[in-house]
Design a protein. Structure first.
Length: 174
């Protein structure tokens, strides 16, 4: 595993990472997704402690943006309908003056491979496709949508001494 002390930001895919990948299609064409509350809390802890956080997903539902902004991701850092994730990854890095090697990226499928290889620490859930597991720096013990974000974000923040919960700040931000 890479040195977690150099990580300054987090970025991740949605389907298969923040969710288990199951999509329930609604009559209006939107999809319902289920998110793990502990993953959401880890995203909030990262945001609350000053880490830029981004979503880079092929999904295009506005419900993704609503869920992620409620978790502390800035609206401009939620990239939907991505077909070349490197473009959005570079936009995110440029916005925060980040070297790609300072970003931990989570992905689970073939469209994530290029970003997983370009970032500082590529993470995938334990149920990611074989090609992704082969290039990831870290395969979590948890599957997608069941704590993989929490596992890696919490471990990174703890390693840096920044897994700090301040209820006053939490109430103000969330």
């Amino acid at each position: 595993m890479k040195d977690l002390k150099s990580i300054r930001a987090f970025a991740f895919d949605i389907d298969g990472v923040a969710t288990d990948g199951t999509l329930l299609c609604m009559p209006d064409g939107d999809f319902l997704r289920m998110y793990d509350a502990k993953d959401g809390f880890a995203i909030r802890m990262a945001a609350m402690n000053g880490y830029p956080v981004s979503v880079i997903t092929g999904g295009s539902s506005e419900s993704i943006r609503k869920r992620m902004t409620a978790s502390g991701v800035k609206p401009e850092d939620v990239f939907l309908h991505c077909r070349n994730k490197m473009e959005e990854f570079h936009q995110f890095c440029q916005r925060y003056n980040l070297d790609p090697k300072e970003v931990m990226y989570f992905g689970d499928d073939v469209p994530d491979i290029e970003v997983l290889q370009a970032c500082g620490c590529g993470v995938c859930p334990d149920d990611a496709v074989e090609e992704v597991q082969a290039v990831a720096d870290w395969v979590t013990d948890a599957p997608g949508g069941k704590g993989c974000l929490r596992e890696a974000i919490e471990k990174t923040l703890r390693k840096q001494g920044r897994w700090i919960f301040d209820p006053v700040v939490y109430k103000k931000q969330f």
